[in-house]
Design a protein around this ligand. Structure first.
Ligand code: UDP
Length: 258
């Protein structure tokens, strides 16, 4: 294939110029980072799994009327997406306390929150993605009031949908991160869901055992990262049954002698 022009390289993905104006190709790498890229590693096979899981979720969100940048998956590691102007805000939705909220506010991990919380973080690696409020977002013009209204609306819809989807396959959706982008049509823009939804940006716990099926396995050196991501894909019905690539969590535990 002819060499494509690389538009951007992030921590877990590369964006290439797409085949038509207004499109990009999103390539999923196996690279993993945590703690603002202070911890780096490779999870062999992660990119393939995240591409497939994110395709599945974005397709379903599209079907319930959430606008997304996803057009179609092209191959094992790539998907065709609409080019958007990324809103520089990471939107975190929390149902159960874990990670930074537990640390910051001293709430035990696993505590069910009395209501869903939406938090915003300003996307700036040099600053370590600081948490910001609606006031900061409006003050510095990172997104308009209308855009923030649409973003919060979509975030809640995605949360409701994903909570049910995962509950149906025995997984608790603890928290997750979303990113949005502006899609320009002439002089007008609207915000649509962008980036990816995968175990890299979600906390997913087994409903019965609370076993972590997400990137916390990497962040916390628990091991079994790829098996956990495979387990999520398998439960969502995305792994061909009986494939020898499927190493389930049981096998992983046996291998580690636990
Ligand atoms: N998250 C993410 N990218 C980030 C920060 C957070 O995808 O740069 C996700 C993370 O996977 C978790 C949720 O957002 O599902 C909340 O993360 P938290 O604020 O607890 O931060 P962390 O403990 O990951 O540092």
């Amino acid at each position: 294939m002819a060499r494509r022009r690389q538009i951007y390289e992030g921590k877990a993905k590369i964006l290439y110029e797409g085949p038509e104006p207004g499109t990009l190709i999103q390539y999923f790498k196996d690279d993993a980072t945590a703690f603002n890229a202070q911890k780096k590693g490779t999870i062999s096979g992660k990119g393939v799994l995240n591409n497939r899981i994110s395709e599945h979720i974005f397709t379903m969100l599209g079907a319930i009327g959430v606008p997304t940048h996803f057009i179609r998956r092209l191959n094992m590691r790539e998907q065709l997406i609409r080019q958007v102007e990324i809103v520089p805000i990471e939107v975190v939705i929390r149902n159960v306390a874990a990670g930074s909220i537990s640390k910051r506010l001293g709430i035990e991990e696993g505590t069910q929150l009395p209501r869903t919380i939406i938090e915003y973080y300003y996307k700036d690696d040099a600053l370590g993605d600081p948490m910001v409020s609606d006031e900061h977002i409006a003050c510095f013009g990172w997104a308009s009031q209308d855009e923030m209204h649409d973003i919060a609306d979509m975030a809640i819809r995605v949360n409701d949908f994903l909570t049910g989807l995962f509950a149906g396959v025995g997984i608790k959706l603890i928290d997750f991160k979303l990113e949005f982008g502006r899609l320009w049509e002439n002089d007008f823009s609207r915000v649509i869901l962008a980036d990816e939804i995968s175990p890299d940006g979600c906390r997913l716990w087994d409903s019965q055992t609370n076993e972590k099926l997400d990137k916390d396995r990497f962040r916390r050196d628990l091991g079994g990262e790829v098996e956990a991501y495979q387990e999520v894909a398998r439960r969502l019905g995305l792994m061909p049954e009986g494939e020898n690539a499927v190493l389930d969590m049981e096998t992983h535990r046996r291998k580690r002698g636990r």
